[in-house]
Design a protein around this ligand. Structure first.
Ligand code: UGA
Length: 433
């Protein structure tokens, strides 16, 4: 099929590449010409294991192309997939201006007789009806169009695997025919498909992210209590996860969730609920617990070292999770900002996100991709992202190169007994100091 994907962010690019790989002819459109030029040359603007090779091979097969020309993008595709960003507004709601821009471009540049418009961007319930209205008010060429809500569930860092081997594909549409075309589009993937109405499909996306965020805040609260009552969160997570009704995933306690999705989508769902006069108390608490989680780790450190002023503090990991250079809403930023306020000398390590992070802090914080440089002569260290490079860093080296080997491990990277017997002062989350 002939498809245009609007937006070459995480979701758009990975979707476009996957559809080309399974045999479709895909044009990825983006307004950012520099990004498009880079992509044409086979350079991915995002750090994602496996994506570069797929871009290059599908460019070579002529099944994938990139453009910032609206005419080329919208004139004749059978399907347009909207995968543009929906950033957070000041009040927590989702900003739909990029989505609206695509809708308007489709009506202005589209020349086809029939078109299926698929929304993959994370949009509040009711947005597809808005898209319909935006298109209908401008449509002059008599194109017959159908809308499909088809939310995306890929994770950064494992986006390729998630896209090719997802747990489910959600197809929400008022049109049986459009729904069957989209089912056909994905048929080579062999992933279970659920057909719903549009509003339910839109809600499934927010409810999934909110539920996962709830699991994380729940286990973090249990971890906080474990510390006080002498229990071990890893055993507790394993123990409850063995119950099939709970499951073992997303029960990893730590400094909380970050990234461009959970923080934004939980707030947007609270906002959406508020719009229909429902106060979503549970989700508000999930957000509050998450905001506090990095602060609790800092508090633990304050109790051990009194003050951070003038001390060299290593922060290991800046990305919001491993295998990405994304630092949006990362717990590391909360930790770094607080340490900065308290006049610590901060050296933050990240194997890939160090350059992005450097742009955020003009002064006062040093960034490196050399873990030894961050730790050498440091008084204490915070572990914030569980990169392999951190997990595999030999514990004895902390003793060797730090001034005082005091470690606050926000991701429980090390075996508790091994850490305790290695000569470091070791504090983690939900486990005994
Ligand atoms: C999340 C969802 O997992 C995807 O299904 C969804 O498609 C995506 O948002 C989105 O809406 O676009 P992502 O933000 O890439 O994906 O990353 P996750 O792997 O879900 O991790 C999110 C955060 O939760 C990370 O900061 C991670 O460290 C934290 N986390 C995760 C925990 O603290 N504990 C856990 O057990 C799991």
């Amino acid at each position: 099929m002939k498809i245009t994907v609007a937006g070459t962010g995480y979701v758009g690019l990975v979707t476009g590449v996957m559809l080309a790989e399974i045999g479709h002819h895909v044009t990825c459109f983006d307004i950012n010409e520099e990004k498009v030029e880079g992509l044409k040359a086979g350079k991915s603007p995002i750090y994602e294991p496996g994506i570069d090779a797929l871009i290059v091979s599908n460019l070579d097969r002529m099944r994938l192309n990139f453009t910032s020309n609206r005419d080329c993008a919208y004139a004749y595709p059978e399907i347009v997939i909207i995968a543009v960003g929906t950033p957070e507004e000041e009040d927590g709601s989702a900003d739909l201006s990029y989505v609206k821009m695509v809708a308007k471009d489709i009506t202005k540049y589209g020349k086809q007789k029939e078109l299926i418009i698929v929304t993959k961007s994370t949009v509040p319930v009711g947005t597809n009806q808005k898209i319909k209205k935006w298109i209908e008010e401008d449509l002059q060429n008599g194109t017959k169009f159908d809308l499909v809500s088809n939310p995306e569930f890929l994770r950064e860092g494992s986006a390729i695997k998630d896209t090719f081997h997802g747990d489910r594909i959600i197809i929400g549409s008022e049109s049986k025919l459009a729904a069957s075309v989209i089912e056909e589009l994905y048929s080579p993937l062999n992933i279970p498909i659920l057909h719903t109405d549009i509003e339910s499909a839109e809600m499934i996306k927010y409810a999934s992210n909110a539920f996962l965020a709830t699991k994380i805040s729940f286990i973090n609260e249990i971890a906080n209590i474990c510390e006080k009552v002498g229990a071990n969160i890893e055993d507790v997570s394993t123990g409850i996860g063995l119950d099939n009704r709970i499951g073992p995933k997303f029960l990893q306690a730590g400094v909380g969730y970050g990234g461009s999705c959970f923080p934004k989508d939980t707030k947007a769902l609270v906002q959406l609920a508020g719009n229909v006069k429902h106060k979503f108390d549970l989700l508000e608490s999930v957000i509050e617990v998450n905001n506090n989680q990095p602060l609790l780790l800092l508090q633990k450190a304050r109790e051990v070292v009194d003050s951070f002023k003038g001390k060299k503090v290593a922060v290991l990991g800046v990305a919001f999770k491993p295998n990405t250079d994304d630092i949006r809403e990362a717990a590391s930023l909360t930790i770094i900002n607080e340490l900065n306020k308290e006049q610590a000398i901060i050296v933050a390590y990240d194997p890939v996100a160090h350059l992005k992070a450097k742009d955020l802090y003009k002064q006062g914080v040093f960034f490196t991709n050399d873990i030894r440089e961050a730790l050498t002569d440091a008084t204490l260290a915070f572990i914030i992202t569980e990169w392999d490079e951190v997990k595999e860093f030999p514990i004895e080296k902390y003793v060797e190169i730090m001034e005082t080997p005091i470690i606050f491990d926000g991701r429980n990277c090390y075996d508790l007994h091994k850490a305790k017997n290695s000569g470091i002062s070791y504090y983690s989350v939900g486990r005994q100091a």
